[in-house]
Write a protein that binds this ligand. Structure first.
Ligand code: ZN
Length: 320
C-alpha cells in the first residue's frame, strides 16, 4: 500500500489519462466546457455546462433501481482500464471518468457498504491531511450521491469551488461564530443562499467530536431519515482542518421534475453546494437565471427555522 501524496497522485492521474481512452476523452472535453458566473452580494455562483454528467444528474437512486443495477463503484464491475491506488482504512482512489474538476477523484470503500458520513468522517480528514491542496467532498444518500449504496468520497483541486476561496471573507462579512474554545471554532452562514456550518480545528479528533454533536442534533430534526440530509466539503490548509457542512431538506428541486420549458435538470450535490451548479443540458445552462439559482438553493437547503433550531441545539450540546 502506498502512502498517498501529491506526487504519486499526479503520476497516477497522468497515467490514467494516457492509458484509459474514456478518461482521456472526457478530461480533454472538460477543457471546452462552458462556464458562466452569477454575482451575489459578497460571493458568486458558477454554472457549468457539462454533458457528460447527465448519467449522474439523472441517476435513479430509489431502492428498486439501485438493486437492479450493477454497482459501478464495486471493483468487480469497474472498467478494466480503471486502475487504483490503495489507501489506508480500506479505500481505493480512482480517477473519475466523468469529471467536473480538472482532477477529479472518486474514493470508494473496498466493501460495498451504504454511504454513511459520520462513521467515516475520520477517514476523510485523514485523506485531506495527506493531500493538502485538494478539497474532499461527500454527498449524502439523498443529497446528490449517485451510488448511495456504496460508501465513497470525492476529491478535486482546491479553489475550483467558490466556497474554497470565499470562505475567509465570508466569515468576516457573513458568518456568525456560534461556538468556540481553544481547540475549535464553529461558524454558521445563514445568508449564503444555501445554509452552511463550518468547523475549524488543528486536530482531526476535535473536528470529529464536534461534528458528531452537530450530526446528532441534526438527526433529531430528521428522525425519519437514515442519515440527515447533508453535503460536506473538507480542506486541510496551513496545518488546520476546515469542514463545511451543508444541511439539506430536499434531494432534488421541483425544477428537476418539471416538464417542458419549466424543467431544469439539476440535482445538487456537494459541488453545487460549494457554488458550482452543474447543468448537463445546454438548454438549462442557457436559460438558468439568478432567480432560479436562489430558488433551487432555497428548496434544497434547510429552512431558516430548522437551521436556527439546529444551531441552537448544537451549541447547547457543545457547551455541556
Ligand atoms: Zn458497490
Amino acid at each position: 500500500m502506498q502512502k498517498i501524496n501529491k506526487e504519486n497522485l499526479q503520476s497516477f492521474f497522468q497515467e490514467q489519462k494516457e492509458n484509459w481512452p474514456l478518461a482521456k476523452n472526457n478530461y480533454n472535453g472538460l477543457e471546452k466546457v462552458e462556464e458562466k458566473e452569477f454575482q451575489f452580494e459578497g460571493f458568486k455562483i458558477k454554472v457549468q455546462f457539462n454533458p457528460e454528467r447527465i448519467k449522474s444528474t439523472s441517476a435513479k437512486v430509489d431502492k428498486e433501481a439501485i438493486e437492479k443495477r450493477a454497482c459501478f463503484l464495486c471493483e468487480k464491475n469497474r472498467p478494466e482500464l480503471q486502475t487504483k491506488i490503495e489507501l489506508e482504512n480500506g479505500y481505493s482512489l480512482l480517477v473519475n471518468p466523468f469529471p467536473i474538476l480538472k482532477q477529479h477523484f472518486t474514493i470508494p470503500q473496498n466493501e460495498h457498504i451504504d454511504q454513511n458520513f459520520i462513521n467515516h468522517i475520520g477517514d476523510m480528514l485523514n485523506m485531506a491531511e495527506c493531500l493538502e491542496g485538494y478539497s474532499f467532498f461527500y454527498n449524502g444518500p439523498k443529497s446528490g450521491a449517485s451510488a448511495p449504496d456504496h460508501m465513497h468520497f470525492q476529491a478535486g483541486e482546491n479553489g475550483f469551488m467558490p466556497t474554497d476561496s470565499e470562505y475567509i471573507n465570508l466569515k468576516k462579512n457573513n458568518g456568525k461564530l456560534i461556538t468556540y474554545n481553544d481547540r475549535i471554532k464553529v461558524y454558521s452562514f445563514n445568508h449564503y443562499l444555501r445554509k452552511m456550518i463550518s468547523i475549524e480545528a488543528d486536530r482531526a479528533q476535535d473536528i470529529v467530536s464536534t461534528c458528531k454533536i452537530l450530526y446528532s442534533s441534526f438527526e433529531k430534526l430528521q428522525a425519519e431519515e437514515k442519515e440527515p440530509l447533508l453535503n460536506a466539503i473538507c480542506i486541510y490548509k496551513n496545518k488546520k482542518y476546515c469542514l463545511h457542512i451543508f444541511p439539506r431538506k430536499l434531494h432534488r428541486p421541483s425544477q428537476f421534475f418539471a416538464e417542458g420549458n419549466d424543467q431544469l435538470l439539476i440535482s445538487p450535490g456537494a459541488v453545487d453546494m460549494g457554488g458550482v451548479i452543474i447543468t448537463p443540458r445546454k438548454e438549462d445552462f442557457d436559460k438558468i437565471t439568478k432567480e432560479d439559482i436562489i430558488d433551487i438553493y432555497k428548496q434544497v437547503s434547510l429552512d431558516d427555522f430548522a437551521f436556527d433550531k439546529l444551531c441552537q441545539n448544537f451549541t447547547k450540546l457543545v457547551m455541556l
